[in-house]
Design a protein. Structure first.
Length: 380
């Protein structure tokens, strides 16, 4: 047969499939009405397992995997439609709607903000980009920032989440599993690392460079060009600059920001020595309470899935079925479970869309557990 004839044949088959798909979905609606009448849940795991086995048995071996994938997606679509039709009351969609209604229309211009490090830290610079007049309270580590939010010491905290060069800040993702918080906004900050030393010191005098491990990673090419210099890791780039300024040594320098050069009276021996000129760090602004400001078009979730084949696929297919784009997927090992993971998702979806609220009402049907971290917009 010619290609044109084959395509005509495919079109005929597709017309039949479309009609059959509509018939199937209408029957699923009838199933949902019956389940409502007898107070049965949407998911019948035993029935789905039997159905998939029946599909596999009816197909030749070389098509079984394709058939199972097709029917698995159709079952996800069926459950989604049944859930919408049954309209079960869900606490989370109501909490989201209440947060939208009760959050002030404008992001606050000033607030008490928790940041890790000391004055001049990149977290402080991110806070100043988010707020016009932040009152910054500094803490020694990221966990203390989360604790300050939980205890109400600060209304907000600013935490680095990922860098365009060095990747995710894994320590923060691990802490996110242990603390209660919500994300209310995020911001991208252009990061330039500079080699700062006491005035009068020259680059050839330097024997040690101090900085945070993320900055060290982002300046790997510069450091490799100076193998004779020892690298010393510090808790924060601003702390490294402050320590260099307070030391009497003339053979040390810090990888830190231009702001720290001016703040601590240091000389810039090597401006912008990061590997990539387009070097950005993404920070999240966290709070204890759920706040959803106008324009929220990004949602973050932490999800634990059943430890069996296809669990992640089923969740991703639900995003696909609802037309929700995925911006980020990160996995971190669960501390008390062998080779099982927490999945972190950033979803690209307006908080006002009906598909978003539908997803929030359906997540508990495909996840072992999940945490809604918030819906927010990002400052660029």
């Amino acid at each position: 047969m010619e290609l044109k004839e084959l395509r005509i044949e495919l079109d005929k088959i597709d017309t039949e499939l479309v009609g059959l798909f509509e018939r199937r979905m209408r029957v699923c609606e009838d199933v949902a009405r019956y389940k409502m009448s007898v107070n049965k849940p949407v998911l019948d795991a035993g029935r789905e397992k039997e159905k998939l086995q029946s599909v596999a048995d009816q197909l030749p071996e070389d098509l079984q995997e394709y058939g199972l994938n097709l029917y698995g997606l159709m079952m996800e679509l069926s459950r989604s439609a049944q859930t919408r039709l049954m309209g079960h009351e869900k606490d989370l969609p109501h909490a989201i709607e209440n947060a939208i209604a009760n959050t002030q229309p404008l992001f606050p211009p000033t607030a008490m903000v928790a940041c890790q490090g000391v004055e001049g830290a990149y977290s402080q610079q991110a806070a100043e980009k988010l707020f016009r007049r932040p009152t910054v309270m500094y803490f020694s580590n990221f966990e203390a920032v989360f604790a300050a939010i939980e205890k109400g010491l600060c209304r907000y905290g600013v935490i680095p989440l990922e860098n365009s060069t060095a990747g995710s800040v894994n320590m923060v993702y691990d802490l996110m599993m242990r603390h209660n918080f919500r994300i209310v906004r995020s911001v991208r900050l252009k990061v330039d690392h500079n080699l700062l030393a006491r005035r009068g010191v020259k680059l050839e005098d330097i024997r040690e460079i101090w900085s945070h491990e993320q900055a060290i990673s982002q300046c790997s090419a510069f450091l490799q060009a100076h193998p004779e210099i020892k690298v010393v890791r510090c808790a924060n780039t601003a702390e490294a600059a402050k320590a260099v300024a307070q030391s009497d040594r003339t053979d040390i320098a810090a990888l830190s920001s231009r702001a720290c050069a001016q703040l601590y009276g240091l000389e810039n021996l090597a401006p912008a020595c990061q590997d990539q000129g387009n070097n950005y760090t993404r920070f999240i602004c966290i709070s204890r309470d759920l706040e959803i400001y106008p324009g929220a078009d990004r949602t973050s979730l932490m999800v634990v899935l059943p430890h069996r084949p296809g669990s992640l696929y089923k969740l991703l297919s639900r995003f696909y079925a609802l037309g929700i784009n995925l911006n980020k997927l990160e996995s971190r090992p669960l501390p008390d479970r062998d080779f099982e993971f927490m999945f972190y998702f950033d979803l690209d979806t307006s908080v006002y869309s009906p598909q978003f609220l539908q997803l929030m009402g359906e997540l508990d049907t495909v996840c072992e557990s999940f945490t809604y971290l918030g819906s927010y917009s990002e400052v660029i």
